[in-house]
Design a protein around this ligand. Structure first.
Ligand code: HEC
Length: 188
């Protein structure tokens, strides 16, 4: 594991003229993720408290993506939420994200704390380079209302109305619900 990490860092470093760049991209990613997480939680909690879970689902349906693109535009980066078991098809993972999510599951099984699971890499796509960063999203207690295995029947029927292909349920406390994913274009 330590050797693997050392290799990863080495590969990342030779891709960067300056190691500080890497640190600053990582910092930028973390700040944007924090901002998105706080904004999402704030608005989810607000509607849940005021109008209950069914209204919250209707609200999240549109608001989550709006909040996400606001954070993307404000910070001039790509940021999204994704998962191996999706509710909203707009959050579909790409190949690289699927690999990282599978790796998070493996690392969790090997005893790593879900709260601190993250991964970064330089990614090449059609001659363009990107800095990419992912951070796991743990399943908390409040999440089980809409992602657990005992979903209220009225809420469940609202969910299947809005998301006929919904797979984002049956999660347990502490499971990896998904991940935040950041992509920053690198100067060529
Ligand atoms: C009121 C119901 C509700 C609650 C509570 C809720 N979610 Fe969701 N979640 C949704 C809906 C609806 C979507 C699909 C819309 C969207 O956000 O893109 C979703 C989507 C997601 C996604 C994007 C991936 C996907 O499956 O589309 C993640 C990640 C996620 N939720 C994590 C969480 C976490 C973590 C919590 C607890 C902090 C939580 N959710 C609590 C309703 C809920």
């Amino acid at each position: 594991m330590v050797l693997l990490r050392a290799f990863l860092i080495f590969f990342l470093l030779i891709n960067f003229s300056n190691a500080n760049d890497l640190l600053s991209y990582e910092k930028q990613s973390k700040i944007s993720i924090k901002e998105l997480a706080v904004n999402l939680k704030k608005s989810l909690k607000g509607v849940l408290k005021e109008s209950g879970p069914i209204a919250a689902v209707e609200y999240c349906n549109i608001a989550a993506l709006d909040i996400t693109s606001d954070v993307s535009n404000k910070n001039n980066i790509f940021i999204k939420r994704t998962s191996l078991k999706l509710r909203n098809k707009n959050n579909m993972p790409d190949r690289w994200e699927i690999d990282v999510l599978n790796n998070f599951e493996k690392r969790k099984k090997n005893g790593e704390n879900v709260m601190s699971l993250s991964y970064q890499a330089v990614y090449k796509d059609n001659n363009k380079s990107f800095y990419r960063y992912m951070k796991a999203i743990p399943t908390g207690k409040v999440c089980l209302t809409c992602h657990g295995s005992n979903i209220d029947p009225k809420l469940a029927s609202k969910l299947s109305e809005l998301y006929p292909d919904d797979n984002a349920y049956n999660y347990k406390l502490g499971d990896i619900r998904g991940a935040f994913s950041v992509k920053i274009p690198l100067p060529n």
